[in-house]
Ligand binder design. Structure first.
Ligand code: TXA
Ligand code: MG
Length: 339
């Protein structure tokens, strides 16, 4: 089925009302959140959630996150625990997704047949207004075609999903730029499944010891706890390689390359990369800027059809750096080059 996708810039209350109506009637609306744009459908409507998988070309064993207006709403679709409330008090609304045991009312199409459900309470005012207006929990993956970088601008959503969904609400660039942090709760025990805007350090300060799923830092060939972590992701059409070494070695390595390449670089690098296709992540020490710009930068590289490879430095793994590292490592298929 094809649609005339309506793109609404800076949606007012009337546009959000219409978007809520589309969701109640089983249609799909893309909307901004503080992390990335989401592709929303009514989480209680199995037909609507099937349409989400079809629009993205997403494998149906990869479950969706359910977006709620308040943490209290979690009790209606999941079994909450004391640790959930501790996390909710500190980090919700915000870029945190928590996996809990699900109740019966959440269809299997949302959870990919798992007995758990992923819950998130976004802080973006348009996301919040849309959830309130629709009156239903909104199942929403990132609003990209499966395998592409998540969208941080409405233009990215339009590029991937035009004619496949009813409406796109354009709220400008996403503040964080990487998808939410995902944690799984087993009683009091917390496992970090996907790093994001709420950092491992933030979680540890709030809750003590946190386990880190091996798929966060390394190639993982088994069945990861977040099914989505097994798919190749975030990748432009050409391979991405991550270089480890000093700046001097980095530039000398680039000088010696013979096939056309692009570079994901820092602002300070630009004078040394004249004539090379580049996409800038921000100043070297500004991890938040790297997070904000990474996905747009990967999409920019995709537009240079002549380059054969994209080089970037392997990021540090502290604070927001861990989330940037995880997404870049996945884009690179964990291809690191020690210089
Ligand atoms: O920031 C975000 O989280 C964005 C915005 C739109 O909220 N959403 C997002 O959704 O990134 P998506 O579908 O692209 O990523 C959801 C991840 C997938 O890796 C999926 O496997 C995992 O969450 N997930 C969902 N439900 C799960 C569950 N019950 N158990 C384990 N992992 C789950
Ligand atoms: Mg996604």
């Amino acid at each position: 089925m094809t649609f005339k996708t309506e793109l609404v810039t800076n949606p007012d209350a009337r546009a959000i009302h219409r978007a809520g109506e589309i969701l109640r009637q089983g249609g799909l609306v893309a909307f901004p959140t503080e992390t990335v744009y989401g592709l929303g459908g009514n989480a209680f409507d199995p037909e609507a959630t099937k349409k989400i998988y079809a629009a993205k070309g997403r494998p149906s064993d990869n479950p969706l996150i359910v977006h709620l207006e308040t943490p209290q709403d979690a009790e209606t679709i999941a079994y909450t625990t004391p640790m959930f409330w501790r996390l909710a008090a500190r980090f919700m609304p915000g870029p945190l997704t928590v996996i809990l045991k699900k109740r019966e009312n959440i269809p299997d199409t949302v959870t990919g047949g798992l007995d758990s459900v992923a819950i998130r309470v976004p802080s973006h005012p348009i996301a919040r207004a849309l959830i309130a207006e629709s009156g239903v929990p909104i199942a929403a993956p990132s609003a990209n075609v499966s395998g592409k970088p998540s969208p941080t601008l409405a233009m990215h959503v339009y590029h991937d999903l035009n004619t496949r969904i009813e409406m796109i609400l354009d709220g400008g660039p996403c503040e964080i730029g990487l998808e939410s942090t995902i944690v799984k709760l087993d009683g009091e025990h917390i496992t970090l499944l996907r790093p994001g805007g709420i950092t491992l350090e933030d979680l540890t300060a709030c809750c003590g010891k946190i386990d880190v799923d091996p798929a966060v830092l390394e190639r993982f060939d088994g069945i990861p706890q977040a099914p989505g972590m097994k798919y190749r992701h975030y990748a432009p059409h050409m391979p991405v390689k991550l270089l480890i070494g000093t700046d001097a070695k980095f530039f000398s390595f680039l000088e010696n390359q013979t096939e056309p390449f692009g570079v994901l670089c820092y602002t300070e690098d630009l004078p040394y990369l004249r004539g090379v296709p580049t996409a800038v992540l921000g100043e070297a020490s500004d991890f938040a800027a790297h997070a904000r710009h990474l996905f747009a930068a990967l999409r920019e590289m995709d537009a240079y059809s002549h380059i054969r490879v994209v080089y970037a430095r392997a990021p540090k793994t502290e604070h927001l750096g861990l989330a940037v590292y995880n997404r870049l490592a996945k884009a690179a298929g964990f291809a690191f080059v020690e210089l």
